[in-house]
Design a protein around this ligand. Sequence first.
Ligand code: SF4
Ligand SMILES: [Zn+2]
Length: 446
Amino acid sequence: MREPPVKKILYWCGECNVPLIGKTCGCGAEGHPIPLLQPYDIRPALEHDRQILARLLRERYGTDSLPSVILLNKTGGIDRKDLVIANGGRFGWLSFDPGHRRYEFELVFDALPSMLPLITKNILRLDQLKGAGEDVRNGKRIGGKKYPASGNITDGGVVVTWDGYAGVGVSTKGIVKVKEVGKVSPANVSDPGWEEVISRNRYHLKNLERNAIRFIRQQADHAQCVNISFSGGKDSTAVKELARRAGFEDTYFVDTGMEFPETLEFVRSLSIKTILHGKDFWREVNRHGPPRKDDRWCCEHLKLAPVKKWLAGKGECITIQGNRWYESFARAGLPPAVKNPYHPAQTNISPIRNWRALEVFLYIWWRQIPCNPLYEKGLERVGCWMCPAMLESEFEYVRTAHPDLYREWMAFLKEWFGKRGGASRSLETGAWRWKTLPPKMRGNDE
Ligand code: SF4
Ligand SMILES: [Zn+2]
């Protein structure tokens, strides 16, 4: 069977003002497409994301009026960089600056119809600016032009207005560069919640569930040994439920010894019987050094080895797992079933490989399955609490919520790099996470 291509767009119902996971809405209308950015994964803004957005919007634009349904499309950057989508289009950019350890938010032009009436700060009124009024009246191209920042405008995102027209720009050291402008008609949009999103997508959710269960049964019904790999994250939470509905319950969890306390608590609440343990992390880390994004020795020692040991003697096994194409470029070609190269008697099957994070959360909410609370606290991905694959924005959660763990890790890094003459390597900006720094991080390696 030919795999369906990766979805590069999101549909949105303009009638109901809700995102759609298929093309048509439960109301019968067809959605309009919104192009997404690589790796095309899209997820709901959760509690912590909403708090940050509301704070930044208030500080920058003088309003904290946020739509109830906001989506985040992660994109590449030095650290966290999300395209924010709301009200049927692009809404802004949310990014984390690891050097200054702060979030930044900038509204985009498409957000103006719904947001313009609410914005009270950092507005550049071109018709009141000497010279600029002439530009406007003469119909000169305003996009790309630079104007002095008047009044109380501070560095960052700016809204530009004049006589029925509006735009967005950015102010740097007293100069506003206009990015995009046009005629803006304020729009009164409805504000549905996630319950409406689920209800309008119910048909698609049922289809997704039916297809995933059918796939699990096709692959596993005649197997001698079938189990579910549960990581404590949202993807394996959805997969565990799908497997249960397909008739499979034998679940294992690998405790690396470096799990977040929240994850361990969540796993305990699910009464999973098989808890596997790998080698002792602290002993291994003193031999191999900190795990890096480009040297994840930890996967083998902490995760793969204990599973191999547990499966030894069980014969051929099918493991149902939650890997998805959209998680990373590396997983974009993930086949439906693949032998584990580390333990060929184990075949891993991925029933939600073609789901995006949006589908995963909608499914979890629709089926009312408990989920790891870390997602609501600002983590996009759940793993070990010092995982090098974490973003610095996520590591901020460790620093503030688990200061003892944070201090322990920083002390280890300082000692490790100190002994090896790499003490200047920046620990605060997260550069320790690479053995060989990628070009995007070189500016931060002081
Ligand atoms: S979650 Fe991160 S630190 Fe933990 S085993 Fe996997 S790669 Fe290593
Ligand atoms: Zn609709």
